[in-house]
Write a protein that binds this ligand. Structure first.
Ligand SMILES: [Zn+2]
Length: 269
């Protein structure tokens, strides 16, 4: 554990000692897990804070002033803190300004390297988890669940704001992709992990919409049936049976509207 000692200061180690004693003193399994969880979080915070402090000391090139073109200069270290999935984490980093006093505000290359925008108070992984919860439950419940799962307390209004930001980004991305498509640039296919690519698969082209349902289990396993409804004449698909290890192409409809085109894939549960 030499690497651990290299990133933890004596002060940090002393802070972790009581938490480690809590773990040693826990009797019930749930107590053991919860105290170990608390120790793990505190240890993670200490590691991240130490690494941030070290990296903030490194050289980060200063950009030029967008107004006068003069190279920005450091005005010294200033504190920064962000709410993360581990809790609040703070560090100090160099802040730069234009020596000609142009009204461009302060520039912080280290924050930019961390992927943080000006004024950002919460880290991206917290945004993602809050938005994911808000997909399924109301904002107030999402905030409560986020607190229970991560100990990160966020207001419902805060999660609502994150969802608005995510929606805006998604729409901008979609509009960009549609514009590219209109200019003849086909979208780039997402890369599949090798494990995923080997899974039994039913692929279908559908100009309308599709549904997937799971009938009750039968003795030989679970059937998954996918039904597609095609709204165009060029739909096609491929059904793969993992028992026979054979696939078969689903011919595209020759003309007109094709409804209820379906195929079944069976596999042992
Ligand atoms: Zn300037």
């Amino acid at each position: 554990m030499a690497w651990l000692r290299s990133v933890l200061s004596e002060e940090e180690e002393e802070k972790l000692e009581p938490l480690f004693r809590d773990v040693q003193g826990a009797v019930a399994l749930s107590g053991l897990v919860l105290t170990a969880w608390a120790l793990g979080r505190a240890l993670s915070v200490a590691i991240v804070k130490t690494l941030l402090a070290e990296r903030a000391q490194g050289a980060h090139p200063w950009p030029r002033c967008p107004v006068c073109g003069t190279g920005l200069e450091s005005k010294g270290f200033q504190p920064r803190q962000v709410l993360t999935l581990l809790g609040m984490i703070g560090w100090r980093r160099r802040v730069g300004r234009c020596p000609q006093r142009c009204a461009i505000g302060q520039t912080v290359p280290f924050d930019e390297a961390l992927g943080l925008s000006t004024g950002q108070k919460t880290s991206a992984e917290v945004h993602a988890m809050g938005c994911a919860l808000a997909v399924f439950v109301p904002f107030a419940v999402a905030g409560r669940l986020l607190g229970l799962l991560t100990s990160v307390e966020v207001s419902p209004a805060g999660i609502w704001h994150w969802v608005q930001q995510a929606g805006t980004r998604a729409m901008q991305q979609l509009e960009g992709e549609l514009q590219a498509l209109a200019q003849g640039h086909s979208p780039v296919a997402e890369r599949l992990e090798s494990d995923v690519a080997r899974l039994p698969l039913l692929v279908g082209g559908d100009g309308g919409h599709g549904t997937v349902s799971s009938p009750p289990r039968n003795p030989s396993g679970q059937d998954r049936v996918a039904r597609g409804q095609s709204g165009d004449s060029g739909s096609a698909g491929l059904a793969y049976d993992p028992q026979t290890q054979e696939g078969r192409a689903l011919a595209p409809a020759s003309s007109g509207r094709c409804e209820g085109q379906c195929s079944a894939v069976s596999g042992a549960a």
